[in-house]
Design a protein around this ligand. Structure first.
Ligand code: FE
Length: 158
C-alpha cells in the first residue's frame, strides 16, 4: 500500500470516493458539522475542539474518516483555528478558488467526500510557508496510542 506511486494513490482515492445525499449527511453529522462541512460554514475562532490541542495523533475528516493532517504538521498560528503546515498527502485534499465575501482565498475540501474543511493561506511558517486553516468541526482526532493498539501501525509519513 505504501509502495504505490503518486498516480496510483490518486487513483485509489478516486475509486474510494464517498457520495451521500444531503439528507444522509444531515442525519450523520451534528448541526455544526453539517453547516461547516456541507454548507461551507466557518466556526467562530477559539471555540472548536482542536485549535489548542497538542496530542500526538492523526486528524481525520469528520465526514468520511479520511486521514488528513498529522499532529507533527500542526502549529500554533494564534488564529483560534487548528493550523497545519501541510496535509499527510496532497491528494487527500481538493483546492478551489473562493471569491466569497469580497476576498480571494483558496478553499480546501476532503477529496474523498467533498466536505469543506477550511482555507489555505501562503503566510505560514517554514518549511512550507503554508497555513492550512481548518475548522475543528471538520476534524475527528485519532490518538496515536489508539492507532498502534488497533494495529494500524506507525503514523503516516509527511
Ligand atoms: Fe471526507
Amino acid at each position: 500500500m505504501h509502495t504505490l506511486s503518486q498516480e496510483a494513490r490518486v487513483e485509489e482515492v478516486m475509486h474510494d470516493r464517498v457520495y451521500k445525499t444531503d439528507d444522509e449527511w444531515r442525519q450523520q453529522l451534528t448541526p455544526e458539522q453539517y453547516w461547516v462541512m456541507r454548507k461551507r460554514g466557518t466556526e467562530p475562532p477559539f471555540t472548536g475542539a482542536w485549535w489548542e490541542h497538542k496530542e500526538k495523533g492523526l486528524y481525520r475528516c469528520a465526514g468520511c474518516g479520511f486521514g488528513l493532517f498529522s499532529w507533527r504538521a500542526k502549529f500554533d498560528s494564534g488564529t483560534g483555528w487548528p493550523s497545519f503546515l501541510a496535509p499527510i498527502n496532497e491528494s487527500h485534499l481538493a483546492h478551489h478558488e473562493d471569491r466569497s465575501y469580497f476576498m480571494h482565498r483558496t478553499e480546501v475540501s476532503c477529496s474523498r467526500c467533498g466536505a469543506h474543511l477550511g482555507h489555505v493561506f501562503d503566510d505560514g511558517p517554514p518549511p512550507t510557508g503554508l497555513r492550512y486553516c481548518i475548522n475543528s468541526a471538520a476534524l475527528a482526532f485519532e490518538p496515536e496510542e489508539q492507532r498502534q493498539e488497533e494495529g494500524v501501525g506507525a503514523p503516516s509519513p509527511e
